[in-house]
Design a protein. Structure first.
Length: 163
């Protein structure tokens, strides 16, 4: 049985697809792509069906990541099939925990930067949408830093499960 992780931001065109691509690459590098499923969604449905923001795609490709993405809205019914729901900022964290059907589902929701030991105080990944390319590059740096700790945590769970 696969371990399932879903990254969530507002519209699912900037931060969460970036986190999905980075984390999927970590999983593949470790040879766990058959045991860990990675996807993403948004708290809202404004961009459903759209591809990732061109700036997200550009920054990902420049840094060696793949991005084949279509935006979608997170649904409460997904909690039952997910092991971990990763929010990109505290607004998403609160929205997802309110949406969770049970306390156990709410406990599955975590902030991405909580997995970055160097993150101090503010654990939000800022929304780069209304800014320039530099905001997307900063977003990628934060996502990469937190992905290391997140991957270590997920790996522990995966290694504890039967293959």
């Amino acid at each position: 049985m696969s371990y399932r992780v879903c990254f969530v931001c507002t519209g699912n065109i900037c931060r969460s697809p970036m986190a999905e691509s980075v984390f999927r690459a970590r999983v593949a590098e470790a040879g766990l792509d058959g045991r860990v499923e990675v996807d993403s969604a948004g708290t809202g449905g404004w961009h459903e069906g759209d591809g990732a923001d061109p700036r997200t795609v550009s920054v990902l490709e420049e840094n060696g990541y793949e991005s084949d993405h279509r935006a979608r809205r997170f649904e409460a019914s997904w909690f039952s099939r997910l092991d971990l729901v990763i929010a990109l900022d505290t607004g998403h964290l609160k929205a997802l925990r309110r949406l969770a059907p049970t306390p156990e589902d709410a406990a599955k929701v975590r902030l991405l930067r909580s997995y970055d030991p160097a993150a101090d105080g503010d654990l939000d990944v800022p929304d780069p949408y209304y800014g320039g390319l530099d905001g997307f590059e900063e977003c990628l740096e934060m996502v990469e830093a937190a992905s290391e700790g997140l991957f270590a945590a997920v790996r522990k769970h995966v290694e504890g499960r039967a293959a």
